[in-house]
Design a protein around this ligand. Structure first.
Ligand code: GDG
Length: 465
């Protein structure tokens, strides 16, 4: 394989420890082949230009070149806050009620994808393999092809792909979905997403199925396949053995020695089902009073996209719900919900997971959900906590040994939490070992290698032409 070129909205320096599993995993492949990572710098320039004049910044991190462009404010607002996060994010998470189909958003989204293509093209070599990430950049391959690029290009969507009739609510859905045919390979998180994609393409785009993975339409063929993303298990285990993690574990354990701790860690996002989780917790206290003065819900919701209206509303709703439970049930020596609207240091995450009897991962819809996998990996195999997982997380296709719940059903969820709190040790161990085996087998390295191997063996647009 020639050089790997990764394109994503934001990038991270793969050599920095805080970069996170995805950056490290992509960084490994990039380092091997001396690759290029391209994306937005995160800077918003105030020059008032249309986004076309953005500077290109290049720097090296080992054998990897990091190339970034700035966006001006209007490009940022229409491409990032607008089309990406007020149209694609809500619709792809089935939230048509939260979508804002403002036509200027689409124009900005197209302009930034064109800008990325124009800036990237001169940096490319003929034998590069290009891997584009996520919903911000769906039309990027089409823009690159329009400029004459014939390299292999793969795309991975980190969020869910909804059913055809939900997608069809996007005013420009034909254009958006047609642009997927410019890729050689489209990777999705789950089999359910693949089924949705196939159904959309055959019913709305009149595509024909070549086999169970290949679709043809608009004179092109694309392969569509599920590659459920995993975590860097070894890195997370290492983190869990570090002094910081052990200290966090011990201090939380001591503080809650007389309580049962339930943990939720998410970005504060409406897809994560956070208010629904709080309602289920309230239901638990009402229906099973043995938990009063005992069960404590620790919810860490890191700030996210707080300039988008829906996120402001969510924050207010959550503060109201938590305040009401604490007011109604709390006592001098017990606060039922500890809600923290801050990002906790990554080194504290494994200790928090290990100290919690129950991990509550209850999204209304999620591409995968890596917290579910991290929670399992952080547990003590001799005395593991129980993962309560929404059936609507992509991870539920793999993690069948979690307690699967419907986050819309507060009563059902409260029952499952009660089951988790009283689960006998032998069952906890059996479930944990089955979950861990799956997470270890399908880790981040498996994901990266499976995607790239499939992309390498896919027919290129160049050879198909
Ligand atoms: C998208 C898709 C898909 C969370 N709070 C804190 C913190 N985190 C870390 C977690 C985990 C990561 O952030 C969140 O990953 P998720 O997978 O849950 O969710 P998204 O950010 O929505 O990611 C998702 C993913 O892409 C990968 O394809 O699984 O479905 O939506 O690692 O631990 N980390 C720290 N402090 C926090 O407060 N340090």
């Amino acid at each position: 394989m020639g050089r790997l070129v990764v394109v994503s909205n934001r990038l991270a320096d793969p050599r920095k420890p805080a970069a996170g599993g995805l950056a490290v995993a992509l960084g490994e492949s990039l380092q091997k082949s001396g690759g290029l990572w391209f994306g937005w710098s995160g800077n918003i320039s105030e020059d008032g230009a249309s986004g076309n004049d953005s500077n290109l910044h290049m720097r090296n991190s080992g054998k990897v070149t990091l190339a970034t462009v700035d966006l001006n404010r209007s490009a940022y607002e229409s491409y990032y806050e607008g089309y990406s996060n007020s149209v694609l994010w809500p619709v792809f998470h089935y939230r048509l009620d939260l979508a804002n189909f403002n036509t200027s958003h689409l124009a900005g989204y197209r302009r930034v994808n064109q800008l990325f293509a124009r800036k990237l093209k001169p940096l490319l070599r003929d034998d590069d393999t290009i891997w584009v990430h996520d919903y911000h950049l769906i039309p990027l391959a089409a823009e690159l092809r329009a400029l004459g690029c014939r390299q292999r290009i793969g795309f991975f969507l980190h969020i869910p792909l909804p059913p055809a009739l939900i997608l069809a609510a996007i005013p420009q859905h034909e254009w958006l979905m047609r642009s997927l045919f410019a890729y050689d390979l489209v990777g999705l998180q789950s089999e359910a997403d693949v089924a949705h994609c196939m159904h959309y393409m055959t019913t709305e785009a009149q595509a024909t199925l070549q086999d169970d993975q290949r679709l043809s339409a608009f004179g092109a063929t694309v392969q569509v396949k599920a590659f459920p993303i995993g975590i860097d298990v070894q890195e997370f285990q290492r983190l869990g053995r570090s002094q910081d993690a052990v200290d966090t574990f011990e201090s939380v354990r001591n503080e809650y020695s007389r309580r049962q701790l339930l943990l939720g860690i998410d970005r504060l996002d409406y897809s994560k089902g956070i208010p629904q989780r709080v309602r289920a917790f309230r239901e638990l206290l009402e229906r099973y009073p043995d938990n009063v003065h005992s069960a404590t819900l620790l919810m860490i919701a890191s700030p996210s996209r707080d300039a988008v209206n829906a996120y402001v509303d969510l924050r207010q709703e959550l503060e109201g719900l938590c305040g009401a439970i604490n007011g109604d049930f709390g006592d001098l020596d017990w606060i039922p919900v500890r809600y923290i609207h801050r990002t906790v240091a990554r080194k504290r995450v494994p200790g928090l997971c290990r100290a919690s009897r129950v991990g509550l991962v209850t999204p209304l819809r999620d591409g995968m959900n890596l917290v579910a996998k991290e929670y399992v990996v952080a547990q003590d195999p001799e005395d593991p906590g129980v993962l309560v997982l929404s059936r609507f997380a992509g991870a539920a296709e793999q993690l069948r040994d979690a307690l699967l719940v419907n986050p819309y059903d507060a009563q059902g969820m409260a029952e499952s939490i009660q089951t988790a709190l009283h689960m006998p040790l032998a069952e906890r161990q059996r479930r944990h070992s089955a979950l861990l085996e799956n997470i270890q087998r399908y880790d981040i390295h498996w994901w990266r290698e499976a995607f790239l191997a499939t992309l390498q063996s896919s027919a290129t647009k160049a050879s198909a032409a």
